[in-house]
Design a protein around this ligand. Structure first.
Ligand SMILES: [Zn+2]
Length: 492
């Protein structure tokens, strides 16, 4: 037997006294250092494309599977998905990472609504939940104080400060469990980015396309609809949508304002008329100004509601009628929105969603929250056949976390950075716990200040030294500390 494969399995539930740890340390020193959580066996021949078998509790679309395994192929895709023992027998030359009983393997989260170019900035000190419609904080209309819009950060290979900020934004989301973010901006080659290809070079940054729209009716909707809202005379304000792109999903911001905002309601009504064309995949970001009748339409016309409760509550003091939306069977995808008003990562959004639901008198199960963060996110983007689940043939976008006691969905949803064992995007290890074997990555893995898993093969891609990176990101939203994010408070 290969010596590196021998190890002592220690159930995480087992409480160890200091003395026991010391004794085990002596015994285990003869074996692989990853003894506690996972056992590692390298490939039988480093130069051959044998891939990696990972064994864990695995969250598949059809449910949680114990003692299961997946084969990550050398080309970065998910190969066979089967019982661990069968896989090991089928792929005797593959590397093996056996974390059964101690870890949960999940598809990475799909964050269907971000604004990556701005999502390095902290909330403004004047952020408050008293806005009726987003035009009030964006433009200062209705005598409300406007909030500053952060400078747009673009990836430019020779601008190390902006590159570092964008790399940090993507790593922050990956540490928070997401392997995909949708929205304009970002950097190529870290997390998976999704947005419309508009310019040369976009195909390197955006791995898949959606038509997203932040201003689907007007940049100044309150002003445009002023007369309609005061006199009831309908205004012709058509949806800005490219009908030549109906092979991809359309995902606009609609009804971003309180239910009592006439403008926000008018946007929702117009949009839910348009979706009845049924000519493409439609989603709806925010939709705070919605009610039961809208949820019936959304369910009928297969419109996914992209829900960002923290950002809703921080700006408008209310969010969707989550109880009614779920009761009507609306598909909901959780997403962070941007850092100036939203969650700093997907796990924080899950926390906020849970809280908002409890305040609304319902409890959303962990499995459903996980679905809202994975499969439903991909569905909102019309890309559910491309990623968002563990399935043979899809890219290996995966997160592996320690299995705390109880529900494996909870382990994935509530993991801290210290619980992360590994994260893969397209089969490449980007985060790797110090407990796991270095050979799981063929790149250099670095320890960044205050971050538990090592970060592999990222900084060198952007010619950033560790020091340069740390200096460039010290004033922006940090990688793991979420204390300065917007509050998730439901007004009493
Ligand atoms: Zn947004």
């Amino acid at each position: 037997m290969d010596q590196s494969y021998q190890s002592i399995r220690i159930p995480t539930a087992l409480a160890l006294t200091a003395g026991a740890i010391l004794m085990l340390g002596v015994v285990a020193s003869a074996f692989a250092s990853s003894a506690q959580t996972c056992m590692f066996k390298p490939m039988s021949d480093d130069d051959k494309p044998f891939g990696l078998v990972v064994g864990a509790d695995i969250l598949l679309p059809e449910g949680k599977m114990e003692d299961y395994g997946i084969h990550i192929r050398f080309n970065g895709s998910i190969g066979a998905v089967a019982k661990f023992d069968e896989l090991q027998a089928d792929y005797p030359d593959s590397a093996v990472l056996d974390c059964r009983g101690n870890a949960v393997l999940s598809p990475g989260f799909v964050n269907a609504h971000e604004h990556p170019a701005y999502s390095y900035a902290f909330p403004d000190k004047n952020l408050n939940p008293n806005y009726l419609h987003r035009d009030e904080w964006r433009l200062g209309v209705n005598d409300k104080a406007s909030l500053p819009i952060p400078k747009r950060y673009e990836f430019q290979p020779n601008d190390s400060k902006q590159s570092a900020a964008l790399v940090s934004m993507e790593l922050r989301h990956l540490i928070g469990g997401a392997t995909t973010i949708a929205g304009s901006g970002g950097v190529p080659g870290v997390i998976r980015n999704v947005n419309l290809h508009k310019r040369l070079g976009d195909s390197e940054l955006y791995d898949a396309e959606v038509e997203s729209a932040t201003f689907p009716f007007s940049f100044r909707a309150v002003e445009e609809l002023k007369e309609e809202c005061s006199t009831g005379t309908p205004k012709n304000l058509p949806l800005r949508i490219d009908s030549n792109l109906n092979f991809m999903a359309y995902i606009p911001h609609v009804g971003e304002g309180r239910y009592s905002s006439c403008t926000a309601r008018a946007e929702v009504t117009r949009y839910l008329q348009h979706v009845q064309l049924r000519d493409r995949r439609y989603s709806l970001i925010h939709g705070i100004a919605t009610d039961v009748s809208d949820y019936v339409l959304m369910q009928n016309y297969d419109v996914t509601l992209v829900w960002s409760p923290r950002s809703n509550l921080a700006l408008y003091g209310e969010t969707i009628d989550i109880a009614s939306a779920l009761e009507q069977g609306v598909k909901i995808a959780l997403s962070t929105d941007w850092s100036p008003s939203g969650s700093f990562n997907m796990r924080e959004e899950v926390k906020c969603a849970k809280h908002a639901a409890i305040e609304a008198g319902i409890e959303i199960s962990s499995e459903m929250l996980w679905q809202m963060s994975t499969i439903n996110g991909a569905y909102a983007l019309g890309l559910e056949d491309r990623f968002g689940k563990i399935k043979s043939g899809l890219p290996a976008d995966l997160i592996l976390v320690q299995h705390k006691e109880g529900d494996p969905y909870d382990s994935v949803l509530t993991a801290t950075h210290e619980d992360i064992l590994a994260a893969w995007v397209n089969g490449q290890v980007i985060l790797l716990s110090e407990m796991l074997d270095d050979r799981l990555s063929n790149q250099q893995c670095l320890i960044l200040d205050g971050v538990s898993p090592r970060v592999c093969g990222v900084l060198e891609k952007f010619n950033l030294s560790e020091m340069e990176f740390q200096n460039s990101v010290k004033d922006i939203v940090p990688l793991v500390d979420t204390t300065r994010q917007a509050p998730c408070e439901v007004p009493g």
